[in-house]
Design a binder for this molecule. Sequence first.
Ligand code: FE2
Ligand code: FE2
Length: 130
Amino acid sequence: MALLEWKQAFSVGNASVDHEHKQMIEQINQLYELLGQPTTAVTIEAVLGDIHAYISAHFALEERLMRTAGYAEYENHKDDHEDLLDQIHELMFSFSENPDIGRKLLENKLSDWFGRHFASFDARLHRELG
Ligand SMILES: [Fe+2]
Ligand SMILES: [Fe+2]
């Protein structure tokens, strides 16, 4: 079963942003599935690297949009992005010790971030800036 599921409540009202958020959910689900199977550290590392790159690029775009607009919630929003990137780094370390620990981290901590961030910070941002 997939770890995360897209819900209409996550929509920020911008189809291309929603599409990127869906891609992020899809990538996390693929990682979760991978961590439950016999696999290699090299494969997990490659998948984590792709996820990190995709999410970083997405965050960079949002942060540029906010800076350009002089958006008031910029700092708090950026802090929440950094919180996720820190969690991904933590995951990178933990999986190399033990994939089960990585899987638990995904279930217990990281998975909550997505719906919460999309429905709060991102919804406010795109309501104001398009
Ligand atoms: Fe976003
Ligand atoms: Fe965001």
